[in-house]
Design a protein around this ligand. Sequence first.
Ligand SMILES: *Cc1c(COP(=O)(O)O)cnc(C)c1O
Length: 462
Amino acid sequence: MAAYTGDTDRAGEAPDAAASDGGARRDEAVRAAVEQGLVGPTTPIIGLLDITGIRTSAAALHAAFDAVAAPGTPVLHAFAVKATPLVPVLRLLHEQGIGAEVASAGELALARAAGVPPSRTVLDSPAKTPAELREALALGIAVNADNPQELARIDGLVQSAATRSPLGLRVNPQVGGGSIEALSTATATSKFGVALRDEGAREWVVRAYLDRPWLTRLHAHSGSQGMSLELMARGVAETYGLAEEINARAGRRQIDTLDIGGGLPVNFASDAQTPTYAQYARLLAETVPGLFDGRYGLVTEFGRSLLAKHGVVLARVEYTKTAGGRAIAVTHAGVQVAARTVYAPASWPLRVGAYDAKGRPKAGTEVVQDVAGPACFAGDLLAQGRAMPLLEQGDYAAALDTGAYYFAHHYAYNSLPRPGIYGFGPGAEGGVRFAVVRAPQSLEEIVAESGGAHAEALTGTL
Ligand SMILES: *Cc1c(COP(=O)(O)O)cnc(C)c1O
């Protein structure tokens, strides 16, 4: 297999290179957010999204697959909504030609609110209710069944009403896990899809297709973050091989579309965007050449790789102290915006940028310190024993690469409010312009969402 790094053919990669200016754009935005008072003593935490970066990544995804797919191949890139479930983000991506992969009624509602049409929406989830399935089929949204029981439900729905929904089945190619167990969906015992290598499973899948002429898609998603490109490509190769077998047995091109999932890993160690979509697409073209020869339409479901590098949490340092000789900066960013990092720090280390009280990057001697959050438990640390310029009271700590699965995934510990999220882009006369993506949660909202309307519920007539 040819190496996918150090390749001299850079076709389709220019957009990725442009995105590596993300660090400079971020520094400018942090400075502007402080200057414009978006963040400060009374609003000590915000989330920021780099609109230029998101556009650039979307363009890189299109370019990568356009470069390897036969002309005219239908390709739907559907953003995995769970990565950044924010309506304006889905709308921006829709405008960039990216659809939506949804896995709940809530995510479907977000995609619809963003204006993503059913024809560009895919529903996957391991636990769809009959009502969700009925709605999806009524709307004409593509659905991937997860298991035999779900397929039986769809059988009933297909018989009772005509649908335009392209229908498929998710398989687990069981190619093995990556470095993060919780995110590995192609292990022998993963809860997702039909486990292809289990006794009798492959034959069952083939028969399921032969018995259902309307089953025209095949889906696999082998994992997220921590998967090597080779392992991801092997999962796709297994899926492709199965589709070829089914079509041969059917004597026709029954499966017309392969949904290869998402899962491109993100580099959390620097501003470099590696691996790139172009590298993955080229590796797929080398490993599974038939995938791109025009016989199959393609669906992808990337999430983290489209958004992670383009988000930052900016939090004010409220206090600093030392304990046991360790310098500690107590900030307003902790478990409520970075649950994974706080609870599983070894799997999810985040870079933390240091900015001064005016929002300028801090230089100077690195000091080993803890960057703590505001929640009332000892483990609420954004970074532990990290060597970085010493944070001082009134400075800002920036949790980098948090555009996916972080601040949009609020964890309501200590009733900490959801911070406001702002998109940023170049202003008309230089400078930085901000747009509200999500307003900060108010105290009234916290009370209302915590049973505020039912204060007497437990002390009344019960
Ligand atoms: C989570 C998920 C994705 C997106 O994974 P990323 O690692 O964010 O790219 C795609 N498809 C399915 C079915 C998923 O569960």
